[in-house]
Design a protein around this ligand. Sequence first.
Ligand SMILES: Cc1cc2nc3c(=O)[nH]c(=O)nc-3n(C[C@H](O)[C@H](O)[C@H](O)COP(=O)(O)OP(=O)(O)OC[C@H]3O[C@@H](n4cnc5c(N)ncnc54)[C@H](O)[C@@H]3O)c2cc1C
Length: 412
Amino acid sequence: MDFDDTREEAAFRAEARQWLGAHAEPKRGAFETWQSRYPGREGWDGLERAKAFQSRKAEAGFAALHWPAEWGGRALPPIYQVIYSQEETRFLVPRGYFEIGLGMCMPTLFAYGTEAQKRRYAPPALRGDEVWCQLFSEPGAGSDLAGLRTRAQRDGGDWVINGQKIWTSGAHWADRAILVARSDPKAAKHKGLTFFFLDMKSPGIETRRIKQISGASHFNEVYFTDVRIPDSQRLGAVGAGWGVAITTLMNERLTSGDLRGPDFEEIFGLARATTLEDGPAIANAAVRERLADLYVKTQGVRLTRFRTMTALSRGETPGPENSIGKLVSGAMLQDIAAYAMDLQGASGVLNDPQVAEMAGQFQAMLMSSPSARIAGGTDEILRNIIAERVLGLPPDIRVDKDVPFNKLAGGR
Ligand SMILES: Cc1cc2nc3c(=O)[nH]c(=O)nc-3n(C[C@H](O)[C@H](O)[C@H](O)COP(=O)(O)OP(=O)(O)OC[C@H]3O[C@@H](n4cnc5c(N)ncnc54)[C@H](O)[C@@H]3O)c2cc1C
């Protein structure tokens, strides 16, 4: 494992830091986020600001460092993307709006689209002019994505889509989407799927926002009634949609491996600032024992991340450490947030960043951390991946694998 930047990486880090210093708002403290500085303005207003920043970032060549130069990237190894992200987290950048488009949809388009499609769609995605979303999950198909039921039926040069997706992040402001749908219900569940991209303003699409525990509405239900997609917007062969979806999901797991949130330093800071009934929390033996446990875990996650970074820096593809990092850090974020609530006692109920302890970051993390254990692969699915691909244990039981989809209970 190598903890230091190479000479080239250090030079790039300095370049990124200098550009961000000139173009992004610095944080006033470690806890500040774009949402806590501008409460209530994260939605459409945030999108407009994010688009303006993204366009400057693309112009400066920082928007997709590992993309080929012809599509506006710098063809750099993925480690440079990690270095840029580390530097960007020191600044107040409204994030997240373009992650799905640039991190998942474009790599899929690069792998399966025509040259003309790449020329048409990659530059506006990179500049933030067009936002993309991912229409995969359904009420009965999440971890078992191949169980999806949204139908795609051929009609001349078009496909007609009917059905429902759910948990679609950003569908309410997306301009375009990738979609996987069932084109052949008589084939086995993984074999009857076809993959498309489409315009989110197409007639017949209805988007309904889902209210989350935090009060925000980042994701949606999306309904399709006779939505027409030209066959030219099919990615991959008819019936080969599962393979295309795997390309997208491999990129999703890489994107979601990098979870962010208050860490050991912050919970340690909270313990130092808190007074319990019998004195300072930091002097309490039970608190110190809990902090020691959290320290061990956070260091384990940190060192696992260094392994990923070392692999990337050497030009290798990160191995199972990416799944291990996500599995452990999701639960750890939740643990840290829950313990911070215990330490804060009754004042833990305050979640307004203007008045809550440490700008309400622990409260925000308590609300958002369960999703870190679901999105991009649930804890159990990650355990299955580690069991099968790392430990070589027998595979999960998949009795329906070769059965025609319309012969399965609930299949049509
Ligand atoms: C913040 C967030 C954003 C999201 N954004 C998007 C998006 O933009 N687009 C999109 O398409 N989807 C999105 N999703 C949906 C996400 O992909 C699914 O929630 C996820 O795949 C899990 O599926 P599910 O919710 O249907 O749960 P299920 O798959 O029904 O799982 C329910 C429970 O059963 C367990 N389980 C399932 N299968 C197994 C198994 N084989 N062995 C052991 N346990 C199992 C799971 O671990 C879980 O505990 C998002 C989800 C979140 C939380």
